[in-house]
Design a protein around this ligand. Structure first.
Ligand code: AMP
Length: 209
């Protein structure tokens, strides 16, 4: 059993790539952002604790996130490991993770800051199936999402001012993790500012597929 970490700034394409490599890895995608948004929507205690940080573009406290992951990793579908998307985001989260499940690869999708705002502010997804689209780079087909239950959804925190806070949080709290994983010899850097298919091929190659 070993897990994969998809690492990178907000808007790097972690969620999009996670969906594309799902079939090859056979590992379920575990997105702490998606889990927190579901908790906010359901009005749970975790959701209430997380909402103000998410709205401000700040990281949710480590204890909240680590508890979520500890529970998620107990689910039957996580028996062979999972593909983490947006976790870990701090050194304490990575330290906790190392005692929860082994990690075989950290795939860093690198995108320069100046490209992030455009990438995030144009993105939307299909509420029916979760497919991610972008106004300019990857628009949904004319008739809507091929899944058939088309409903366009945009994230409340995908706006310019929140994106700037999310980027600061990334540089201050998350990017130091790159060295932490580099020293462990499991860090793979991928140029994320290219065509979606090229990025997917590079990721699969790094994973040995
Ligand atoms: P994401 O969908 O990964 O962009 O996450 C959306 C928001 O959820 C972030 O801006 C944070 O407020 C929060 N969040 C998601 N994952 C984490 C994490 N691992 N640690 C702390 N906060 C997180």
């Amino acid at each position: 059993m070993s897990s994969i970490v998809l690492f990178g700034p907000p808007g790097a394409g972690k969620g999009t790539q996670a969906e594309r490599i799902l079939g090859a890895t056979g590992l379920p995608q575990v997105s702490t952002g998606d889990m927190l948004r579901a908790a906010v929507k359901a009005g749970t205690e975790t959701g209430l604790a997380a909402k103000k940080f998410m709205d401000a573009g700040q990281l949710v406290p480590d204890t909240v996130i680590i508890d979520l992951i500890r529970d998620r990793i107990q689910e039957p579908d996580a028996i062979n490991g999972v593909m983490f998307d947006g976790f870990p985001r701090t050194v304490p989260q990575a330290e906790a993770l190392s005692s929860i499940t082994p990690v075989s690869h950290v795939i860093a999708i690198e995108v320069p800051d100046e490209r992030i705002v455009d990438r995030i502010c144009g993105r939307y997804s299909c509420a029916g199936c979760g497919n991610v689209y972008h106004d300019l780079f990857n628009p949904a087909p004319k008739g809507g999402c091929p899944c058939g239950s088309w409903e366009e959804k945009r994230r409340a925190d995908d706006n310019e001012s929140t994106v700037k806070s999310r980027l600061s949080a990334y540089h201050e709290q998350t990017s130091p993790l790159a060295n932490w994983y580099r020293e462990k010899g499991i860090f793979h850097s991928i140029d994320g500012d290219r065509a979606i298919d090229e990025i997917t091929s590079d990721i699969l190659r790094s994973l040995g597929h």
